[in-house]
Design a binder for this molecule. Structure first.
Ligand SMILES: CC(C)(COP(=O)(O)OP(=O)(O)OC[C@H]1O[C@@H](n2cnc3c(N)ncnc32)[C@H](O)[C@@H]1OP(=O)(O)O)[C@@H](O)C(=O)NCCC(=O)NCCS
Length: 149
């Protein structure tokens, strides 16, 4: 059987990428809604950084992550990968790229305690869960995680 490798690159998003990022979000999530104003802030301010993974062959976005930068610490605002390309290393690729690019000391995340898949993803990436925010998402608690880089 013929084998081939798809090259995926991670890039830092700029304001011109917003319409592609919005399309990616609406195709891949019913849950995460981000306003246009937020995207402008995420892609143009130095408080945030947006990274996305792009398939070099089809120019298709495969995953997006927005982080908030607080000195040498990062907060993950969210990470989302293409539904059809999950469990293929895209999420890990994006986080590794962010660590290389921004050299944080620590990364923090809040994740719904119902989101078992994402909790497992963060654990596999080396996050430790250190606390719980009660009813952080309406009636649902958030687990607070940290990774020392
Ligand atoms: C969470 C999410 C970003 C993971 O992205 P991904 O591209 O599928 O993750 P990867 O393929 O890079 O997985 C990295 C590791 O996590 C594990 N993992 C990822 N998703 C998992 C799941 N649902 N269940 C169990 N393990 C999982 C992988 O098996 C892999 O482990 P390994 O390195 O030991 O083999 C993706 O599932 C997603 O977009 N979910 C919806 C949005 C979401 O919930 N975001 C997080 C909110 S805080």
């Amino acid at each position: 059987m013929e084998q081939y490798t798809v090259t995926v690159q991670v890039r830092r998003a700029i304001t011109e990428d917003i319409s592609c990022l919005e399309r990616f979000m609406s195709d891949n999530s019913d849950e995460y809604k981000i306003s246009h104003a937020s995207w402008i802030s995420y892609t143009s301010s130095c408080q945030y950084a947006t990274f996305y993974a792009l398939c070099e062959v089809s120019q298709k976005i495969l995953g997006v992550c927005v982080v908030m930068i607080a000195h040498q610490d990062l907060d993950i605002i969210y990470i989302l990968t293409d539904k059809q390309y999950r469990m293929k290393g895209i999420g890990r690729l994006i986080l590794n790229h962010i660590i290389k690019d921004l050299s944080p000391r620590k990364i923090y995340i809040d994740v719904s305690d119902k989101n078992c898949g994402a909790i497992e993803f963060y654990k596999r990436f080396g996050f430790t869960f250190i606390g719980r925010r009660k009813k952080y998402y309406g009636d649902v608690d958030a687990l607070c995680g940290v990774k020392y880089c």
